[in-house]
Design a protein around this ligand. Structure first.
Ligand code: FMN
Length: 191
């Protein structure tokens, strides 16, 4: 079967893409705005460069058509902290995808503890085992799209001591995304 995406609703194209291109990592992104911390998940998220160390996050328009709070805060203040979470956080990750009014704090609303790593950066999810402290490197507009593509430079890696050794081997059980479901317990295979 060959499918022409132009013949489909955008939601169907999303369905095909998100059930085909997986597992996708989930960036649980904290940003700071005038009114406090904002926390939301993003799975159009991928590492793109090690020099400079950069990740890409693609953010669509909000339900009302403007910028999502995460995009607004990153474009205004230039900083984001990406927490990597395991499957115990699936329900909370999902809850923080709910669109709250700007300035309404998802962490407080859903009882998620946050912790500062470096003062100048938004906090990480307190019990996430790893986080990336990032600054905005580049914004790119995608031709013919309302998506905002942000390249975020990793200024610091945070690890909980038990998940990293002295040779920089990292052991995490990150949750992934497939379609609208979550992918857990991905097994590793050495070849
Ligand atoms: C697991 C998961 C992944 C998501 N990935 C994206 C994404 O890559 N891009 C996007 O624009 N929205 C994505 N969303 C939806 C946003 O999290 C949602 O629009 C959220 O309300 C944005 O919050 P904000 O307005 O506080 O930034 C995702 C939702 C979930 C549950």
């Amino acid at each position: 079967m060959i499918i022409d995406p132009h013949s489909l609703e955008v939601s169907t194209v999303y369905k095909l893409m998100s059930n085909t291109i997986f597992p996708r990592p989930i960036a649980w992104i904290a940003t700071e705005g005038e009114i406090g911390v904002n926390l939301a998940p993003f799975s159009y998220f991928i590492p793109v460069s090690s020099e400079p160390p950069c990740v890409m996050v693609s953010i669509g328009p909000s339900e009302e058509g403007g910028l999502k709070d995460t995009a607004k805060n990153i474009l205004l203040y230039g900083k984001a902290t990406i927490s990597l979470a395991d499957d115990r956080k699936a329900r909370l990750i999902d809850a923080t995808a709910k669109a709250l009014p700007y300035g309404e704090n998802e962490a407080d609303t859903f009882g998620i503890s946050m912790a500062k790593v470096i003062k100048e950066y938004p906090p990480r999810v307190a019990d996430a085992k790893a986080a990336l402290l990032c600054s905005l490197h580049q914004e790119v507009s995608l031709n013919g799209s309302e998506q905002i593509i942000l390249f975020l430079k990793i200024d610091a890696f945070y690890y909980s001591d038990e998940v990293i050794d002295e040779r920089h081997n990292v052991k995490l059980d990150n949750i992934g995304r497939v379609g609208r479901d979550y992918l857990v317990d991905a097994k590793r295979m050495k070849v």
